[in-house]
Design a protein around this ligand. Sequence first.
Ligand code: C5P
Length: 301
Amino acid sequence: MTVTVRAAAKINLRLAVGPPREDGFHPLLTIYQAISLYDDVTVSEADTWSVSVEPMGDLDCSGAPLDESNIALRAGRVLGAHHGVERAAAIHIAKGIPVAGGLAGGSADAAASLVALDRLWDLNTSDEDLLRLAADLGSDVPFALVGGTARGTGRGELVVPIEDPGTWWWVVVPNALGMSTPEVYREYDRLYPDLLSHHHLRVHDMAGVLRSRDFRHLGRNLENDLQPAALSLRPDLEQTDMDLFEARAYRLLSGSGPTYLGLVETQERAHEVREQLLDKGYTGIRVATGPVAGAHVVKYV
Ligand code: C5P
């Protein structure tokens, strides 16, 4: 028997970051949105654990680990341990989400692996338990289960869905050179050493912005606190920012980068901007829409 679960990339429409907590994590107030770039995770019965990764299209997957450190495999072990089940599985990941891009591809794989193995092993894990296991695996994993658009707090793992009736069009501009999330947070701490004394995490009326379905309204409210830190580490990204500006898109760094996002009005405009950037020598550019669903079964045979 095999089960395939699809999980989406995430972006942060707003990402407000506070000073580091005692455990080293940063308190966040964020608005997540799941967008239509997907990893498909297929699990099947096996005597020993294994993981394989296959790119969808021209994606470079060489950064995805194939050993015990792979987060989809760790998710499987954690789920088994939770239920006292001593079973293994072969995990195959068809990757459509750029690796180390700030799009939470690894978190998507972990969420998909949890849902797929829950089904394969007929465990009937409660939503509450799945969300808790997801949170232990990584800050973005609970959102990958939930999908849609949601407000995230804590270190990002506390997720509450919010209404988002619009259809938003994104031009996704990956960068060949991945970035390390911890490094970007460290740079953030270096740039803002005085945060402790005055910082309040605020994301004002994003619900109203989303309800308006007006891309200009959303475009003017996109904000990522990690952007200056990522650009400080990678000044070359300024060029992407500028090229998206010239293409008349609203620009946003995705998560901790280096992927850049351009928000435009329609699907047609998104393809136009994609073409413009391809002409400038960019590669791997995708058009995506959001919000889309969280991890869900697409095949069960
Ligand atoms: O939770 P996750 O494994 O995705 O986090 C990866 C790293 O990113 C953490 O080890 C930490 O350095 C940083 N991080 C953080 N604050 C958060 C989320 C992540 O400092 N809220």
